[in-house]
Design a protein around this ligand. Structure first.
Ligand code: C2E
Ligand code: CA
Ligand code: CA
Length: 677
């Protein structure tokens, strides 16, 4: 490698005989050393432009001092342009700042290789060009703007690029067509009759593919007069990335990263449309986790979240493609498969989902088993729109739930009709609760010996705006299944205690029986809620009997038994309803704080065969010192049998059906009707 004693010597060695010819020219010419930001050589004419006394003093001038970063970048751009093509020449208007004073010139730049092979440039100032200030400034602006400006001939050949465009383009001579990633934009230009077109397109650049906001204007090439396109481009990749990210967030579930419901309505829809257009078949698979709420309740939400993420990961391994499984919310997932050759493909996928999701997961050090209930709808047979397909898969899923969960079912119009009407019923019930459509009726409980009313059982009725009076058998199961039974139970209790208080004010002091569903024992606040309502309506627990079924006792659940004890400690009486139909092990009765047995009405209707059982229940009840009430007494014959076994009380149509508050008031003689003796 050559070593130099001083920079002067170094520069001299970089120059050669080529320059002696140039020195003769009257026209200002100088050689610019881009790497060192100095003039390496200048002829006499240019010394004047640079306001230098001699070449040596000019060479020593460090031009970086007057140079902005953009200018430095532009000069580097020339350097790389020349490296790419040494025959290239640029004719541009530049403003120089010799000794800080602006001097505007039209300069032709061409490549100049120093002896050490570095690329510099030869600058040739053209004579006598007069510019007005605007032209000067616009020329400067064009050179220094970060907007990419290119003039293309009508057939897409580049005629001019400003430095920003030159630095961005992969190849100076790249045609309009090659600049764009897709031919779409060029087709747009070719087909449009507009004078100006605005679009955002993906383009090739020295930094790879970027998104550019593009404005294309029809114009004429000032040199040839031919039609041309002036295209300006601004890099909007960051904006585009932000936009894409926002879109991603809007269409994806934060927890699992899976596509969400919004995505389903767009992307799943498109996919279904696409497959249908190709006459292909597919399936929508609805997946719901069984008893997911229990996990949240017992292990906490964090564990629940962990489980959902785990389920999402497992489903992804089965889903055909990245965006084929979505989380609809809560513990509901949706998978789209297609094309499928036959229903069997869907069946196999559902079976794999069932198998995979049933594997245990470790949550907080505990092995937890979750199972899925799955519903499948097929297209085109079960529907052609994503909404129909989702609804049908959802109905099929409900069907799986009804059949004991942890399985899958295909949509079936007949079966789903029943499920759909149940779902409709649930939403109707919600409205009914909100609009107070439930009314409590009362059925008298009667002393067998005296035939006097000893109490009233509160039995709810639904005053349906269209269907009229609906009995509890038609809605209690749905209330229990949907979790609305707690709210219904409270409304009935409020009405029962209010009625009791009104009767008391009228001088009729009676005990009221209220039915409690086994489901209500699942509510932690059951005891407090009951107490609050009773006290809140000036009632007293001693005047209220709560009817439960044997199944409540058989659950052997500590919490339930604790609640029963708490209720009894507050003064409530507990009766076993429908006694004799369930487990009926009389021996367990003494373990619980029970005061009354109600013999199920089926024994009355089958009196001929059921007499021994009736007798047994009555004598056992007496043994345990329990009150005993016979239900469903419709005939005198039934009443006589009960009287013979010394049963205490009865309820039944023989005396009175369940009736509304006013009728009951009349019946017990506070109103207009006389008391029944
Ligand atoms: P349940 O508690 O066994 O109520 C007695 C049912 O027997 C009532 O039916 C009543 O109308 C009917 N009944 C009374 N006397 C006779 C009779 O002589 N012959 C016949 N065949 N039936 C008679 P209802 O009112 O339709 O109630 C049905 C069931 O709905 C009730 O059975 C009870 O389990 C439930 N239920 C009613 N109201 C409520 C409530 O507020 N909460 C809860 N959880 N369940 C309720
Ligand atoms: Ca009852
Ligand atoms: Ca009963």
């Amino acid at each position: 490698m050559t070593t130099y004693n001083n920079p002067q010597q170094q520069q001299d060695c970089l120059l050669d005989s080529r320059l002696s010819a140039l020195s003769q020219l009257r026209q200002p010419v100088w050689i610019y050393d881009i790497d060192n930001a100095c003039v390496a050589w200048a002829n006499t004419g240019s010394l004047e432009i640079w306001q230098a006394d001699c070449l040596d003093s000019l060479r020593r001038r460090d031009l970086r001092k007057d140079m902005t970063q953009t200018v430095e970048k532009r000069l580097r751009q020339y350097q790389s342009d020349f490296v790419r093509d040494e025959t290239k020449q640029f004719r541009e208007v530049w403003t120089l700042y010799p000794n800080g004073e602006p001097t505007t010139l039209e300069v032709v730049y061409s490549a100049f290789r120093f002896n050490d092979n570095r690329m510099g440039m030869m600058c040739e100032a053209l004579p006598d060009l007069q510019f007005d200030n605007d032209t000067l400034r616009s020329a400067e602006a064009l050179l220094h703007t970060s907007v990419l400006i290119t003039l293309y001939s009508n057939d897409g050949v580049p005629l001019y690029r400003n430095p920003a465009a030159r630095s961005a383009v992969r190849d100076y001579s790249e045609s309009l067509l090659d600049h764009y990633v897709s031919g779409e934009t060029v087709r747009l230009l070719q087909c449009s009759t507009e004078d100006e077109i605005n679009t955002v397109a993906s383009v090739h650049t020295t930094n790879g593919k970027r998104w550019h906001d593009i404005t294309a204007r029809r114009c004429r090439d000032a040199v040839s007069g031919c039609d041309a396109w002036l295209i300006s481009e601004v890099d909007v990749s960051r904006l585009k990335a932000t936009e894409a990210h926002a879109q991603f967030l809007a269409e994806h579930d934060q927890l699992t990263g899976l596509p969400n419901r919004n995505h389903v309505s767009v992307v799943f829809k498109d996919r279904v449309d696409q497959l249908l257009a190709q006459n292909q078949r597919g399936a929508v698979i609805f997946i719901d986790l069984d008893h997911f709420k229990n996990i949240n309740d017992s292990l906490g939400h964090e564990a629940g979240d962990k489980l959902l993420v785990n389920v999402a990961e497992r489903l992804k391994t089965i889903a055909p493609g990245e965006n084929a499984v979505a989380r609809l919310g809560g513990d509901e997932f949706l998978m789209l498969i297609g094309p499928v050759a036959s229903d069997n493909d869907a069946r196999e996928t559902a079976a794999r989902i069932k198998e995979l999701l049933s594997l245990p997961v470790t949550l907080q050090g505990r092995k937890v088993h979750v199972t899925p209930s799955i519903g499948i709808s097929l297209f085109p047979s079960d529907g052609r729109s994503i909404n129909d397909l989702m609804r049908h898969a959802d109905l099929a899923m409900y069907h799986t739930k009804d059949n004991g969960r942890n399985d899958f079912a295909f949509f079936d119009r007949q079966l789903s009709h029943a499920v759909e009407s149940r779902i409709n019923l649930e939403s109707e019930l919600l409205t009914a609760l909100e609009e107070n459509q439930f009314v409590t009726y009362f059925q008298p409980r009667v002393d067998i010996r005296t035939n006097k009313v000893t109490g009233a059982e509160a039995l709810v009725r639904w005053m349906h705006p269209q269907r009229g009076i609906v009995g509890p058998a038609d809605f209690i199961p749905a209330c229990e299944a949907s979790g609305l039974i707690g709210r219904l139970g409270k409304q009935v209790l409020v009405q029962a205690v209010s009625a009791q208080q009104k009767w008391l004010k009228m001088g009729f002091d009676t005990r009221i029986s209220v039915n409690l569903s086994p489901m209500q024992f699942g509510e932690d606040s059951l005891v407090e809620d009951i107490i609050d309502i009773v006290r809140g309506h000036n009632g007293s627990p001693e005047g209220i009997e709560l009817e439960i079924t044997e199944s409540v006792l058989l659950g052997h659940d500590h919490k339930t038994i604790d609640k029963l004890h708490a209720l009894v400690n507050h003064g409530f009486r507990i009766a076993i309803d429908d006694f004799g139909t369930g487990y009926s092990n009389l021996a367990y009765l003494h373990r619980y704080p029970i005061r009354c047995l109600k013999i199920d009405k089926t024994f009355m209707s089958q009196l001929a065969t059921a007499q021994p059982i009736i007798e047994l229940i009555i004598s056992m009840a007496k043994l345990f010192k329990l009150d005993v009430v016979a239900e469903g007494v419709e005939t005198m014959e039934q009443l006589e049998v009960l009287r013979a076994y010394d049963c205490h009380e009865y309820q039944g149509y023989l005396f009175e059906r369940p009736i509304d508050f006013a009728s009951f008031t009349a019946l017990v003689g506070i109103g207009s009707k006389p008391v029944i003796a």
